[in-house]
Design a protein around this ligand. Structure first.
Ligand code: BES
Ligand code: ZN
Length: 626
């Protein structure tokens, strides 16, 4: 290994010799390499137990005119089976040629394309090969990439590009072993138009004299966390190790909204152990970003729809930050184990929120989350309700729901209740330390749980039914419940309104986003148009800039045929590409024939502006064939 590591390092140093600060390697945190048999990952065709990629060195040019990323990926790998080829995942990328360390071509072939997994790239290796260089370019089928026109950005001046790797999209812009069990370090040189700033989920070395932006990630990460964005970006500092990238016109507002991030990092370090990634920055992407946030290491990617103006949606930052421990430090080895990433992260997010804000806020958020989970589960098939989910033959995305998140977090909260917070906190820290920079399965977690928590007090272990929590659908009866005064206040005011008090007279002063959401969720199913007009007049729901409230309101508007919101609905669906909002809105529209017609008309216009992840989901919902 050390030979390989040195080789990888030397090669990336040689490539970047002109940038002085780049020559000093940053401290390497990962433990010494021990070849570890990886579990079977159904979502990768590579065979990392025979030949395993360890480092990726990218040399890329962003071509906005062609909407194409081109260049080369130099892969370093370990060989456990001398006779085995190197097998990589690819989807929608065009291979140009492949050469070995001697500069001579290697034989390669692409297998037939699997609609979910893509095509395997099989490279014949020479006896001494521990590295190959693959020249390639992306295509319009490279689903990770979204190329935006200037009109799709806040400042409308420059184009924008971002990538989204999770779950199995990194293979659409980099040929590699796209399995979360295969951890890699990476380095990159990226050329882009002069006006743009390029950022990646790595240490940033800025633009060199040769015009290329340089990056290095010295900690071994799963491939889905390799990420890149380029646009007209400014930066605003929050603390010495933390700040926000965003387009110039929104960067200051974003910074003010996210100013508590440093306090969150400190709280997380107290709870979970040291922050091991040096910097924690965020980038606010244009509104077509398909997720709320994505925990790319050192640089969370986030939707601008969390900028509500009152910090009410910053739990999302606590969430993405928590992934610096659960997910990025300790990673799900396969997508079956996704709940290990998200369940732990929601639990940790809630713990951070408890520390940084007052307990009432956190109770409110937990309470609402449990409410929403119960509602959502009613519409899920039994297999989707299982934490240790069976994804055989499926895209990991098909299993996506609130279950790994909220049911996962409730499971951990239940363990905390049984063992008590001090004991559980020790366990948690030990879990992160003991698996740092490793990818683990649900079985690994269970073995650790039994050895490190259950063994302390076997009598307590009897009070939890692991099989029910991990392998069965629905929510176990011992799932923790939360009491929220703030929600009780909402319930009281709603009842007063239903009993005849006018909306304008309700006591809603100081209500936060989540209270308004609860109010809207719990309106009677047959609420009349007249009364919706009254609410709208009193509270301005249709005009609100708060996307969470707006989305929930528009769902009611569609359901109750409240036509005054029609214009706002098509405007919203044309502007925002966050799947969490698109899904319930299109989902509500398709329930009636005229709604479906309307959905299709809006979608025909809006679809080209959505990221492939959102397109995939909405295509299915509408029965759309592109
Ligand atoms: N890692 C996820 C986003 C994700 C999951 C992308 C699966 C692709 C596949 C991220 O951490 C996340 O959970 N984001 C949430 C926000 C969070 C506060 C629940 C989102 O985007 O809504
Ligand atoms: Zn998450």
């Amino acid at each position: 290994m050390s030979r390989l590591w040195t080789a990888a390092l030397l090669c990336s140093l040689a490539a970047c010799a002109s940038v002085p600060s780049f020559e000093e390697p940053a401290p390497v945190w990962q433990p010494a390499f021990t070849p570890r048999e990886l579990p079977m990952d159904l979502h990768s065709r590579s065979e990392p137990n025979r030949v395993r990629v360890t480092h990726v060195d990218l040399d890329l040019t962003l071509d906005f005119a062609a909407q194409e990323l081109r260049g080369a990926a130099e892969l370093s790998f370990d060989r456990f089976d001398a006779s085995a080829p190197l097998i990589l995942d690819t989807q929608g990328i065009a291979i140009v040629d492949i050469v070995g360390p001697d500069g001579r071509p290697r034989r390669w072939r692409l297998t037939e394309e699997d609609p979910i997994l893509g095509a395997a790239l099989v490279v014949e290796l020479a006896a001494e090969d521990h590295q190959v260089r693959i020249a390639y370019h992306t295509t319009e089928r490279s689903g990770a990439l979204q190329w935006l026109t200037p009109e799709q950005t806040a400042d409308r001046k420059q184009p924008f590009l971002f990538t989204q790797g999770q779950s199995i999209l990194t293979r659409t812009w980099i040929p590699l072993q796209d399995s979360p069990g295969v951890r890699v370090t990476y380095s990159a040189a990226v050329r882009a138009p002069r006006e743009l700033t390029v950022v990646m989920s790595a240490e940033q070395f800025g633009r060199g004299e040769d015009g290329a932006w340089r990056f290095r990630m010295n900690q071994a990460i799963p491939p889905y966390l390799i990420a890149l964005a380029a646009g007209d970006l400014a930066f605003a500092e929050i603390s010495e190790r933390c700040g926000v990238y965003a387009e110039p016109s929104i960067v200051q507002g974003a910074r003010d909204e996210l100013v508590d991030t440093e306090a969150m990092i400190q709280a997380a370090e107290r709870l979970f152990g040291p922050y091991r990634w040096e910097r924690y920055d965020l980038i606010m992407l244009p509104p077509s970003f398909p997720f709320g946030g994505m925990e790319n290491p050192r640089l969370t990617f986030a939707t601008p729809t969390i900028l509500a103006g009152d910090k009410s949606l910053v739990a999302l930052v606590a969430h993405e930050l928590a992934h610096s421990w659960s997910g990025n430090l300790v990673t799900n080895a396969t997508w079956r184990d996704f709940w290990l990433n998200e369940g732990f992260t929601v639990y940790c997010e809630q713990r951070i929120m408890e520390e940084v804000f007052d307990p009432a806020r956190s109770e409110l958020e937990k309470s609402l989350a449990r409410h929403e989970l119960e509602l959502e589960m009613k519409d899920l098939e039994p297999w989707q309700q299982v934490l240790h989910i069976d994804l055989a033959g499926k895209n990991p995305d098909d299993g996506f729901s609130g279950v790994p998140y909220e049911k996962g977090a409730l499971f951990l909260r239940r363990l905390e209740q049984i063992w008590g917070r001090p004991e559980f906190d020790r366990f948690l820290k030990g879990y992160f330390d003991g698996h740092a920079f490793q990818s683990i399965t649900t079985e690994d977690f269970l073995a650790w749980l039994r050895a490190r928590l259950f063994a302390i007090d076997p009598a307590k272990a009897k009070s939890i039914d692991l099989e029910a929590w991990l392998e069965q659908p629905s929510l176990p009866a011992d799932a923790p419940r939360f009491e929220s005064r703030a929600l009780a206040d909402v319930d009281r005011e709603r009842e007063r309104w239903l009993a005849g008090t006018s909306a304008a007279e309700l006591q809603t002063e100081g209500w936060v986003t989540q209270q308004w959401q609860h109010f809207i969720h719990t309106l009677p199913a047959d609420v009349s148009n007249e009364r919706l007009v009254e609410l709208d007049r009193a509270f301005g729901f249709t005009a609100t800039k708060n996307c969470e409230i707006l989305c929930d309101w528009l769902v009611v508007a569609i359901r109750r045929r409240y036509l005054a919101a029609d214009e706002r609905l098509s405007q919203f669906l044309n502007q925002v590409g966050r799947r969490k909002f698109l899904k319930p809105l299109y989902g509500e529209l398709v329930k009636t024939p005229d709604g479906l017609a309307r959905a299709r008309a809006i979608y025909a216009e809006a679809r080209p502006r959505y990221h492939a992840v959102s397109q995939g989901t909405i295509d299915k919902l509408l029965g759309w064939t592109p």
